[in-house]
Design a binder for this molecule. Structure first.
Ligand code: RRO
Length: 304
């Protein structure tokens, strides 16, 4: 007999604790369907804002040691155009969480309402983009502003609200507490780390936007620490994100306190099969260690 892989995150029922992280293949409905077939438990879309945005010029992504640096600049089709795409995505049998952003609390509210009306099962507030001014970390580094955004969205939609935090702060726990006190139903920890790379021949920063966000294995231990610290003090589910490449990483995040894990960069290194591999590995681990369910494993490291 296997162990129970399904989890309930803020009322969302997931067949297993894996999610596609925001921004990864998250726009095309047809591509997302392939991820569902690969076994993912839930999907988070690319971040959607109030209006279409082209994002930054190329280069927008560069591989570095143990990860990727990106500076996409929030390219997205805008809320109105995304409504159609969401219909296609919604044909899948897993929960769809729409990542949203805005430049003001009111814009967050407007986008959230549109996405929920169009069928989003939940929204994830992206208050943590590391390199687009006024929209990301300026909100995500300020407990008062985060609180305003969460309150505004919570009062306007009846679906669960996740808040995705930036690690680019001194005290991530203070920020998590502000989001939860304002009503956030779950915390996603964490977005990418502000970082850069310079071409030593030309002397130029490689990304067109110069400073971008670092993801991948390089950030995993820091993300684990964030999940551990946050999950010890908040009473809502924490979703882990940051450098998860295999089932061992996923188990480590769950032991740290994550109720589910988001996978992004690993898809660039492997392919969609990473979801099957991670789910099978978690299942075998639970059986081997005598845990009847994923839920029993969540935060199991806290007792030490
Ligand atoms: O679009 C981006 O450049 C981007 C976003 Br919105 C984000 O949240 N995190 C990131 O690393 N890049």
């Amino acid at each position: 007999m296997g162990s129970k892989l399904s989890v309930n995150i803020a009322g969302l029922k997931l067949r297993n604790p894996t999610m596609l992280a925001a921004g990864i293949l998250g726009i095309s409905g047809l591509t997302l369907r392939r991820v569902v077939e690969a076994g993912v438990g839930a999907i988070v879309t690319k971040s959607i804002g109030p209006k279409p945005r082209v994002g930054y010029p190329n280069p927008t992504i560069v591989e570095v040691n143990c990860g990727f640096l990106n500076g996409m600049g929030l390219p997205n089709p805008g809320a109105d155009a995304f409504v159609e795409e969401l219909r296609v995505i919604k044909e899948s049998e897993v929960p769809v969480i729409v990542s949203i952003f805005g430049f003001t609390p009111r814009q967050f509210e407007t986008v959230a309402v549109k996405m929920v009306e169009a069928g989003a099962d939940a929204v994830e507030l992206n208050v943590s983009c590391p390199h687009v001014s006024e929209v990301g970390v300026e909100i995500g580094q300020n407990p008062q502003l985060i609180g305003e955004v969460v309150k505004r969205v919570k009062s306007a939609v009846s679906k669960p609200v996740f808040t995705k935090l930036t690690p680019n702060v001194t005290d991530v726990v203070e920020i998590a507490k502000a989001a939860v006190e304002a009503g956030s139903d779950a915390i996603t920890a964490v977005n990418t780390f502000r970082a850069m790379a310079i071409d030593i021949e030309t002397g130029r920063p490689i990304l067109a936007c110069k400073i971008g966000g670092l993801s991948g294995p390089a950030i995993k231990p820091i993300a684990i620490r964030c999940v551990y610290e946050i999950s010890r003090v908040v009473d809502v589910p924490v979703v882990g994100c940051g450098g998860i490449s295999n089932w061992q990483d996923a188990v480590e995040f769950i032991l740290a306190g994550a109720s589910a894990v988001q996978i992004g960069t690993a898809i660039a290194y492997n392919d969609f099969n990473v979801f099957h591999d991670i789910v099978d590995g978690i299942q075998a681990y639970l059986v081997r260690k005598g845990y009847g369910s994923v839920e029993k494993l969540v935060g199991a490291s806290h007792k030490y």
